[in-house]
Design a protein around this ligand. Sequence first.
Ligand SMILES: Nc1ncnc2c1ncn2[C@@H]1O[C@H](COP(=O)(O)OP(=O)(O)OP(=O)(O)O)[C@@H](O)[C@H]1O
Length: 392
Amino acid sequence: MAMNSFFRQTTKTNLYFSLMKDTKRSFSSFSTSFNSKPFTSPFQVRSVTTPTEAFVGFNEMVRGTQRKYFMLGGKGGVGKTSCATSLAVKFANHGHPTLVVSTDPAHSLSDSFDQDLTGGALVPVQGVDSPLYALEINPEKTREEFRATSQLQGGRGVKDFMDSMGLGMLAEQLGELKLGELLDTPPPGLDEAIAISKVMQFLESKDYSSFSRIVFDTAPTGHTLRLLSLPDFLDASIGEMMKLKKKIASATSALKSMFNKAEPQENAASDKLEQLRERMAKVRDLFRDSATTEFIIVTIPTVMAANESSRLCASLKKETVPVRRLIVNQVLPPSTSDCKFCLMRRKDQMRALDMITKDPELASLKIIQAPLVDVEIRGVAGLKFFGDMVWE
Ligand SMILES: Nc1ncnc2c1ncn2[C@@H]1O[C@H](COP(=O)(O)OP(=O)(O)OP(=O)(O)O)[C@@H](O)[C@H]1O
């Protein structure tokens, strides 16, 4: 069995196995009390019940073959990748052809799966029941390629590159701007633009049509918010460009018609610009479609992480991105030993958990606790084990 072989591979087999058994048992009883019964700690965690609670278990996430998107995000180092990769493994093991995408410039999919998934292309993950592919979008490398191409081939290379990223129309319309120079001091949101154009390719390319679950391991909070607001920003910019173009067109059309000149290229350009605008609108709508998409916030039980999660949640709600679940990761199970450090740490965590359940932004979310385990969560077997505890 995969789980047993995972344990056999660890050097601390018995210790780990018994700890995980204890962790699982105590965690699940803790989790049950957290979600349905009053909790008796001095830092009491209230039961959290929302109208949607019955519908937000893993059964609901896995149901149906319609494509669904799950974006996991939060503060740096809280366990976003471990949660994203364990969810992807669980989907694949439940029969969903799954794609896990990292838009974090500091990728850790390869480390998490313990397989080489680098290269910016779809790479199959070994050791799962259904097809699971990973894609690490590498904005740094892409930007380098962009710079090299623009230097080698002048403006044409830039245009070709932008075309390949689905942003060719911007290059064409902004032909007067020195894009090569812009890249030396990249404008805020360029990385996100690259990530979004890849997402647009998911939607349109045949290669991606069979994936029924797409899991995003996003960059820490600030990047994520820019990623979400960029389609609106580009939509507005393109709108402005279209307006400007129309003004210029109407000013020159009388003159052109006098000389009976056709303008097929300009019309084609306008069509393409409109196409890009439509694509952006599609991405924006997709991120906000509660039938297909969900943003899951990952946090840890500390005051600092809880505050950042609250701000992230408020921003997501403001952007009308569906958010229903909050994973509180690395929760220490109740200790039966007399380890003072463990007792103090757990007390501290319970305070933060209490704060989370009372937070006006976070209180309405389904709160899922994931235990702190005593080894790094790595490899498909480890992720499967972790996923079975988190995604219930
Ligand atoms: N519940 C847990 N118990 C034990 N270790 C954990 C747990 N969750 C995550 N870790 C470990 O913490 C480290 C960071 O986890 P992970 O890479 O998933 O976080 P992240 O939020 O994606 O980080 P970054 O923001 O740097 O991308 C990893 O070594 C991972 O194995």
